[in-house]
Write a protein that binds this ligand. Structure first.
Ligand SMILES: Cc1ncc(COP(=O)(O)O)c(C=O)c1O
Ligand SMILES: Nc1c(O)cccc1C(=O)C[C@H](N)C(=O)O
Length: 424
């Protein structure tokens, strides 16, 4: 697309945007009565206007029915709480490219990572190592480290981290897909599992998940993905890519609220394998759960990884939010996202003080651009915030801005260019 740096051009794109009405479905935060330019969906997505009603519905059910809210009552809840999670499956399956039986909302990301590793990390004397990406989100690093210790293994000998190569391009933190594939092949004999992000939280780089999963499969190594920054942001086809397992957050691009419920993906091919797991009664066969008999019988599919009673209020927010993403559709969202982020890249280009950490290839990024600002970076971030432009700051010199196709406009992006012009 040929961009122009003018307000009229940005407004023209907004008028032509088939998703423009979705912005009205969200509360846009305001300061002094003016809407903020909110470019921080990479950290916390905005509140859908349906969120409050969704919560109220379940609060009313609780108020009116008490415990009977769990069960099917003729006069009762629209959706009995016992099977509430199931009403999120179609939307989630669409968003991650899965079968409904392969996904289930539950817990929080890091908790799910531990639960999934209990099933998929089964170190043996020969195959005990974990391959991961250096600089992936700290919570994942802590989870891997403590899993390794939990198995009585030495962290330094067990975790292999793929670091960016010092070849100019990669010094900015990018990692070539071929380097990840090479590392898989090189260490295949000792690898028990691969765990990595699909989209790097710091650089905004999207890895070629399909190609990496294919290499992992060729070498029979289970691969799991952290999709915190990828879900609702970039197209995913977890089933077809033959990814073994995955988990994500829904408080970013899925707009489920602070600390929103996470979810898991477990590929169909693992459903009947009776994999080891850390079980709880909510993962028990639903039709027999209340028999309360000894001996764990897992529910089929991803549901069998549930542990505890779900937080229905969190699920209500989740359901309301993901239905908006599913309604907009990942194809349309991605189309707008590429244009919106391309426009942001275009308005940033004149400023030599800003270097992009994020790849310029649209296939290697989602909506987030990470701006490396070596001089006056923090001052610029503070200035943007004062101007009502909300991004986030990551030490030591990175500003992340994420124009989100569900609620951001081309005019928002144009305003960033204007603010930068005044600052520099
Ligand atoms: C890539 C990534 N992984 C893991 C997490 C941790 O998620 P949680 O705090 O929900 O476990 C986050 C966000 O905080 C993240 O961005
Ligand atoms: N989970 C967060 C929180 O509880 C407070 C503030 C920020 C977050 C985040 O999600 C940070 C985010 N994962 C990141 O990419 O840095």
């Amino acid at each position: 697309m040929n961009y122009e740096n003018s307000l009229a051009f940005a407004q023209q794109l907004d008028q032509a945007d088939p998703l423009r009405h979705f912005r009205d479905r969200f509360h846009i935060p305001k300061r002094d009565g003016q809407p903020l330019i909110y470019l921080c969906g990479n950290s916390l997505g905005l509140q859908p206007k349906t969120a409050r009603d969704a919560l109220n519905r379940e609060l009313n059910t609780w108020q009116n029915l008490g415990v009977e809210g769990w069960f099917d009552q003729p006069e009762a809840a629209e959706q009995p709480w016992l099977s509430y999670h199931a009403t999120c499956k179609d939307a989630l399956a669409h968003i991650v490219g899965a079968e409904p039986s392969e996904v289930c909302p539950m817990n929080a990301l890091t908790v799910n990572l531990h639960l999934l590793l209990a099933s998929f990390y089964k170190p043996t004397e020969k195959k005990f190592r974990i391959l991961t990406i250096k600089g992936d989100f700290p919570s994942d690093q802590y989870a891997l480290e403590t899993q390794v210790k939990h198995h009585g293994l030495d962290v330094a000998k067990t975790i292999i981290e793929i670091a960016p190569q010092d070849d100019g391009e990669s010094t900015l933190g990018l990692i070539h897909t071929t380097d990840i594939q090479k590392a898989i092949v090189e260490h295949a004999d000792s690898l028990a599992v691969i765990w990595m992000s699909g989209l790097n939280y710091y650089t905004g780089q999207v890895y070629n998940m399909a190609a990496i999963a294919e290499t992992a499969k060729l070498h029979c190594i289970p691969i799991g993905l952290d999709l915190a920054h990828a879900i609702g942001n970039v197209p995913l086809r977890l089933h077809d890519w033959d990814v073994d397992f995955a988990t994500w957050c829904s408080y970013k691009y899925l707009n489920g609220g602070p600390g929103a419920v996470s979810g898991v993906f477990v590929h169909q091919k693992h459903h009947d394998q009776n994999l080891p797991r850390l079980a709880g009664w909510w993962g028990y066969r639903e039709d027999r759960r209340f028999d309360m008999t000894p001996g764990f019988l897992p529910a089929s599919g991803a549901d069998g990884w549930q542990v505890s009673t779900p937080n229905i209020l969190a699920l209500a927010l989740h359901r309301a939010a993901i239905s908006i993403t599913a309604e907009a559709g990942l194809v349309a969202l991605r189309q707008k996202s590429e244009q919106l982020t391309g426009f942001l890249e275009y308005v940033l280009t004149p400023f030599d003080e800003i270097q992009l950490l994020t790849p310029d290839d649209p296939n290697q990024r989602g909506c987030q651009l990470s701006l490396l600002v070596r001089k006056k970076g923090k001052a610029l971030f503070t200035y943007l915030t004062e101007q009502g432009i909300i991004g986030d700051w990551r030490e030591p010199d990175c500003i992340r801005l994420a124009p989100t196709p569900l609620y951001n406009t081309f005019e928002d992006v144009w305003q960033v260019g204007e603010a930068l012009r005044k600052f520099f």
